[in-house]
Design a protein around this ligand. Sequence first.
Ligand SMILES: Nc1ncnc2c1ncn2[C@@H]1O[C@H](COP(=O)(O)OP(=O)(O)O)[C@@H](O)[C@H]1O
Ligand SMILES: [Mg+2]
Length: 327
Amino acid sequence: MLLDLAARRRVLFCGGKGGVGKTSIASATALARARAGRRVLVVSTDPAHNLGHLWQRTVGDDVVRLAEGVPAHDDGTPAGYLDGVEVDPERTTAAHLTAVRATLRRLMPEHLGGEVDRHLDLARDAPGMHEAAVLERVADLVEVGLTRYDLVVFDTAPSGHTARLLSLPETMGAWTDGLLRRRDRSERFGAAAQMLGGRGEAEAGRDAEIRSVLTRRRDRFALLREVLTDPARSAFVAVLAAERLPVLETVELVAQLEKLQVPVGGLVVNKRSPAGAGPLLDARRATEAEHLATLGDRLGHLPLDEVPLLPDDLVGPEALARLATYL
Ligand SMILES: Nc1ncnc2c1ncn2[C@@H]1O[C@H](COP(=O)(O)OP(=O)(O)O)[C@@H](O)[C@H]1O
Ligand SMILES: [Mg+2]
């Protein structure tokens, strides 16, 4: 299911609890598409990153090449490739604040510079700041993905966090819209004041600049929201174990996503106990079947992949390629 879905979408989100196999499933899917000749980017937004571990190399906040496609085209250009990046919330927040600081400093009267600095130093640790910064980065990577890649696979943070993140574009868009409306009023007032000789050119120019900064930001969130809710371009895939709590949480997550109009493409039940592998695993398998029945009752309309518990550690491209055979 998942590989077919990946072939028909531009952006995939893999979400679920920590340890269920999000990074493995996201990487296996991304690698399979790269090997099918596509340009693919895998992005980890989970603060507990493990892309690097899986690929046995350092992956950081800058995009790195994880795999070249095989075979190469005749003219020497690689057939497909896989790039990866782990979004670092600290660095993303710092970069975000630096950009905001530069803008504000340019836009505010000079004597308020110290005020701007104090305000932003406090903002660094304000609730929601990391999320807002990470979201801005996600929006950016979606934009980059749509122009430079055929597919972007997001390996996201655990469920609750992701749903909140996905609801943010709307909140941020509304917030920016509110600011823009206030600027509208103050610009009208400003134009009137200018006619009466009360305002300089510089102030009018500053208004226009603030407006353009806010508009760019709003457009970026609008694009993210548009892509996230477009079933032709993107899908969310919930990864879970066939256990009681994960099943209940997945039902909840899917309801939340549907409320946000984010299309859910399917479910991946990972680490399923194999049949005929001794009494312990047989018993586990029977228990899992009960939980899967609950899942079927509630989310039977969604396509589902089952991936067995595999004997070896999933590390490196060959292990991921084997994992992909179940998707
Ligand atoms: N089907 C599987 N069989 C065996 N081990 C698996 C399977 N899927 C994932 N794992 C292992 O489980 C651990 C957690 O997987 P990972 O993809 O890092 O989860 P997450 O990103 O959701 O935290 C890793 O050690 C991984 O190798
Ligand atoms: Mg992970």
